[in-house]
Design a protein around this ligand. Sequence first.
Ligand code: 1GP
Length: 253
Amino acid sequence: MWNDISSNVFDYLKHVKNERGAGYFVLIDPDRKNAESIEDRVQTANENDVDAIFVGGSLMMDGKYHTRVEMIKKLSHIPVIFFPGGVNQLNSHYDAMLFMSILSGRNPHYLIGEQVIAAPLVKDAGIETIPTAYLLIDGGTTTTVEFMSGTMPIPNNRPDIAIAHALAAQYLGMKMVYLEAGSGAKYPVSNDLISGVKQNADVSLIVGGGIKTPEQAAEKVKAGADFIVTGTVIESESGSGLMKSFADAIHTK
Ligand code: 1GP
């Protein structure tokens, strides 16, 4: 079990990075449209070298979100990490959460407002927090997060802007930077932008949004991603079968 390595999820993730070269996260949005296939995806993740499950989404389209998270937690043999779309998705079924700020944006509510509302509830629930800067990068389409957060993405061809943000995140003490093209992005974060950030900032890099093939995932790891997230591609009918190929492409050791 993962918690034989460490009961601290961030330490477990560092171990994954050291032992496997990079880590692979599968994002499950516990929304209505996915209810049927959640069980199948968690079990496939358990059996196919996925390192952790991310749970979250920009919107909750029915009232069963928390019940589905509880089910994911019960079935999962790997850490279940909350990837928050909002404080209303908080519950005690997660092993840890990305305590995130949308640092690429200039909307105070998503920079610090939600975090202040969440903090006492997080303390009460006793969830491990992983301080994370979320940088939205343009992926060629208007994503839900761009619309919901009312923030502008960083242009994908401007590594300099992303580097400045990642350095600010580092100096603010954040442990991870999430380079995010947005779920269902037309194209993922560019290799140049990833390598620019990697070479300049001393933070763990999560890269996600629009990654559709194991080959693309391998390129992102080569460019400097420490962790790769896939969501949409795994939601398709044949998607579950792809998990092992993604895991193999991402784990370079
Ligand atoms: C979204 O980065 C994740 O927050 C995953 O994106 O659904 O495009 O794989 P995709």
